[in-house]
Design a protein around this ligand. Structure first.
Ligand code: FES
Length: 160
């Protein structure tokens, strides 16, 4: 189990158990949030992607999903070559500043991968490390115009 990954999604408001579809399929991630673990409407987070062509996609996804998983579920072109192992920068996104400041600090591992990202900015984060909470309702994440795939060039993991 990747302790670093668990630390990066820890949020202190309440307890939820969520199944991570990235990486190790047997990994159950426990983290804290103020809502129950079911996925009825009150546990959905609606947020936006600005795609590479400038178009906007508005999606709703359960609390506990990450921005990369949700992108794959909605056919949004966010790569995620290492499948959330924090070993690439292909899930790089720009987070609207208001929401960027609500996110837990990036881990050293995330920062190391961000240093490899194409067109790094102050509000850059790895999409697979942004776990949805109700506080992120209304957030907009913008896909960079390109990504740097140093894992397996051009590889895109299949939809889970
Ligand atoms: Fe590789 Fe997010 S998918 S770091």
């Amino acid at each position: 189990m990747n302790i670093i990954k668990l630390k990066s999604i820890f949020t202190p408001s309440s307890l939820v158990t969520s199944y991570s579809r990235c990486g190790d399929k047997s990994l159950f991630v426990r983290y804290f949030s103020s809502k129950a673990s079911n996925t009825d409407k009150k546990d959905l987070v609606t947020f936006n992607y600005i795609n590479k062509d400038g178009s906007k996609s508005t999606v709703s996804a359960p609390v506990g999903e990450n921005v990369l998983e949700v992108a794959h579920d909605n056919d949004i072109d966010l790569e995620g070559a290492c499948e959330c192992s924090v070993a690439c920068s292909t899930c790089h996104v720009y987070v609207e500043p208001k929401y960027y400041n609500m996110l837990p600090e990036p881990t050293d591992e995330e920062n190391d991968m961000l240093d490899l990202a194409f067109d790094l900015k102050e509000n850059s984060r790895l999409g697979c490390q942004i776990v949805l909470t109700k506080e992120l309702e209304g957030m907009t994440v913008t896909l960079p115009s390109a990504s740097r795939n140093m894992f397996v060039d051009g590889y895109k993991p299949p939809k889970h």
